[in-house]
Design a protein around this ligand. Structure first.
Ligand code: RI2
Length: 321
């Protein structure tokens, strides 16, 4: 049997995730759930089997876009797990509702997490951010809502400069922002009360997989005595790491790092010049002071307990059929 076609809007969402028009682990999860709902809503499948085949194919297409943020497979798994029914109509309604419920829970989790993270921030604190994380920013927003004054030193975050998005969001909320290039971070760490970052995945041993540059920042922060806090909804917990798998680090295109003109200028011997563009790195748990989730704050070494509770039973890959 040939694979069913996915709906054009699903293909479009997959492309937007791959090219990072839709980016950020939580936003990717919400986008993928929305795409599954679209596939279900627009399906013209005539049998439950055909409907399921389409839905699985859509999930597979979305799954194959980016490998590191576990929020993507977790979202697909959560939405598909709640699809029930004997007829196409029942399945359709259930899939659309499951995706909507998942998106609602995602928003609520971020709000709850923000309030937990805000408890760590005191009036007048300065945070240093890396990349753009909606989970990390929800902690700042909750602190502002509590009437605290917060300032930010925002790392640019090469190569795609998502720090600019963070700066823009913080300015919108009235937070004083100082933007620095990544290599200037250490110089400013003495002026900082917290390093505050998000996560794309968290491994069972408490390692944090986040935007490239996070691990160097955390090591420098420890050296300066500045605590590092990671804001991550439980959808960022990577269940495969419970059984010894490691998290795949996405390697992206070299054109994000170097343009054609610069490449031509630098390369003398084309075979002797390579560019690598890893999108993420791994921060060992000993450099992380706290992981803040919607279930409360955890020392990284104990996150495995929460991971077992939430994911212990189910690491299924329903998109594989
Ligand atoms: P939220 C981003 O990855 C960053 O690494 C960020 O820290 C993480 O996702 C979590 O973002 P990318 O998609 O889920 O920019 O907190 O490569 O928004």
């Amino acid at each position: 049997m040939t694979d069913p076609e996915v709906h054009p809007e699903v293909a479009e969402t997959a492309e937007e995730i791959a090219t990072m028009e839709i980016r950020g682990a939580a936003t990717i999860a919400a986008g993928a759930a929305g795409a599954l709902a679209t596939q279900a809503r627009e399906s013209d499948a005539e049998t439950p089997e055909a409907f399921w085949a389409e839905l699985r194919q859509a999930a597979k297409r979305l799954y194959e876009t980016r490998p590191t943020a576990v929020s993507l497979p977790n979202a697909l798994r959560f939405v598909l797990a709640d699809v029930h029914g004997d007829t196409v109509a029942e399945l359709r309604e259930s899939a659309v509702e499951s995706a909507a419920e998942f998106q609602r829970e995602l928003d609520q989790a971020q709000d709850r997490l923000g309030k937990v993270g805000a408890n760590r921030l005191r009036d007048g604190d300065v945070v240093m951010t890396h990349c753009h994380s909606t989970d990390a920013l929800s902690c700042v927003k909750a602190a502002l809502d509590q009437g605290k004054h917060v300032e930010a030193i925002v790392k640019e975050t090469r190569p795609r400069k998502q720090g600019h998005i963070t700066a823009e969001q913080l300015r919108e909320w009235g937070v004083p922002v100082t933007l620095v290039v990544d290599s200037a971070a250490r110089r400013y760490l003495n002026d900082v009360d917290h390093v505050l970052v998000g996560a794309d995945s968290i491994a069972a041993d408490g390692s944090v997989i986040n935007k490239i540059g996070t691990s160097g920042l955390a090591v420098n922060a420890r050296d300066r005595g500045t605590p590092t806090m990671v804001a991550a909804q439980t959808i960022k917990l990577h269940p495969d790491t419970l059984t010894g798998h490691t998290v795949e680090i996405e390697m992206r295109d070299e054109t994000e790092v170097i343009g054609a003109d610069d490449r031509e200028r630098i390369q003398g011997d084309p075979d002797g010049f390579t560019v690598e563009n890893p999108a993420f790195d791994v921060t060992p748990p000993r450099f992380v002071d706290a992981i803040v989730t919607e279930r409360g704050q955890f020392p990284p070494e104990s996150i495995v307990v929460l991971m077992r509770e939430l994911f212990g039973r189910d690491t299924a890959r329903p998109w594989e059929g």
